[in-house]
Design a protein around this ligand. Structure first.
Ligand SMILES: NC(=O)c1ccc[n+]([C@@H]2O[C@H](COP(=O)([O-])OP(=O)(O)OC[C@H]3O[C@@H](n4cnc5c(N)ncnc54)[C@H](O)[C@@H]3O)[C@@H](O)[C@H]2O)c1
Length: 360
């Protein structure tokens, strides 16, 4: 990737106050883009966006609901972006059991609103709609899903995201002039990385136990997950956005997997590794009662298309991704009053990652 590509590019991010959105704001700003964001206020305390004072890196910081088309459309009109990254979503499987209706409205109507706003704002030349690896119908048959695998979902989060894929495809076919605006959808695995304090995610539980010297309760100790560092998909999205704006941009529209295919680290081993990095004496306790929800035992993506056309693949081993994640939190808690230092550290993780990957 030519770093100069992003210089002065006008970028609009929905969901910029969330975990992935915050990384994207910082990286795009670092690469010289002019970034605007549209999202609700961050929920967790602490959170990446507020604690690192990321608002100062934005041209516009809109706080409104993605379900409100009029506000969204006005925000895009005012920001005049060339490129949009759509990340705003109800992003939790567990919350989708507790609040299915809001999950459906935020994820499906929200995506529809965004597409409608793109149609009305002719300066938008490309957009990346972020869905998930959970869009595939997973019947635990140990297959690696590629972009043509059947869509589906056992839970409302997954089905809402599968719907985003279908709605995007039909909206593009029906209403978008594909010579003028190029739209792609992207599906990544479970992301880990600094700055994620989202409820029900193992990293947050580990960090809180190690920092506050409490016992760490874990469920499903032997489950393995497609852990990948957040920098992996984010750099893939950036590369794809660059390609969408190239002369052959139309070839890069459609859907893209950005997920790991090898899953080899269990929840228990992840917790043990974190404990070692934090030099923690917290006890790891395996919780007996589990919440009743469908959980795929095996989820793996075939990302050969991204490798072939974007030279994208997962470069970091799970152990390295975890070390980067726990290192970030160590720096954060050691510098709670010094956001500049944490930002410098975050950018250094991005710069070091750039040296490892071959497609930049
Ligand atoms: N984190 C992961 O492991 C992962 C994996 C695959 C896909 N994804 C997808 O990536 C995207 C970002 O994930 P994340 O982990 O950063 O999520 P997050 O929950 O940390 O952030 C979600 C963002 O969306 C915004 N948002 C939520 N509801 C909104 C609404 N009604 N109106 C406006 N904004 C709203 C929030 O304010 C926040 O900025 C989501 O679409 C998610 O489904 C995440």
């Amino acid at each position: 990737m030519k770093n100069s590509f992003w210089k002065n590019k006008k970028v609009f991010i929905t969901g910029h106050t969330g975990f992935k959105g915050s990384w994207l704001v910082l990286i795009l700003n670092h690469l010289g883009a002019k970034v605007s964001g549209y999202a609700l206020n961050p929920i967790s305390k602490p959170n990446f966006f507020d604690n690192l004072k990321l608002s100062k890196f934005l041209e516009n910081d809109f706080r409104a609901d993605i379900k409100n088309f009029s506000k969204l459309n006005k925000a895009i009109k005012k920001s005049k972006p060339n490129i949009i990254f759509h990340l705003a979503a109800q992003s939790s499987v567990l919350v989708s059991y507790k609040n299915p209706e809001d999950t459906i409205k935020t994820n499906i109507i929200g995506t529809f609103n965004l597409l409608k706003a793109i149609k009305f704002n002719k300066n938008v030349k490309s957009a990346i709609i972020v869905t998930t690896d959970k869009v595939y119908l997973n019947e635990d048959k140990k297959i690696n899903f590629d972009e043509n695998s059947k869509l589906g979902g056992h839970d409302i989060y997954s089905s809402s995201k599968a719907c985003c894929e279908i709605v995007t495809e039909s909206f593009v076919k029906s209403f978008i002039d594909r010579d003028k605006c190029k739209i792609a959808t992207v599906r990544s695995g479970n992301c880990i990385g600094g700055g994620d304090w989202t409820e029900d995610r193992i990293i947050k539980d580990c960090i809180e136990a190690f920092i506050h010297k409490k016992s760490l309760l874990i469920r499903s100790p032997n489950s393995t997950r497609p852990w990948q560092h957040v920098l992996e998909p984010i750099c893939g999205y950036l590369k794809l956005a660059e390609k969408l704006l190239s002369k052959n941009g139309i070839k890069f529209t459609g859907s893209w997997n950005f997920g790991p295919s090898k899953i080899n680290l269990s929840v228990l081993n992840l917790a043990k590794l974190g404990k070692k990095i934090f030099n923690s004496e917290s006890k790891i306790i395996i919780e007996k009662k589990s919440i009743k929800k469908h959980e795929a035992k095996y989820l793996s993506l075939d990302s050969k298309k991204s490798l072939k056309y974007l030279k994208w693949k997962v470069y970091l081993k799970p152990e390295v991704s975890l070390k980067l994640t726990f290192d970030w939190f160590k720096i954060f808690y050691a510098n709670r009053k010094n956001s500049k230092k944490v930002i410098e550290f975050t950018i250094s993780q991005f710069e070091n990652f750039k040296k490892v990957i071959k497609y930049f």
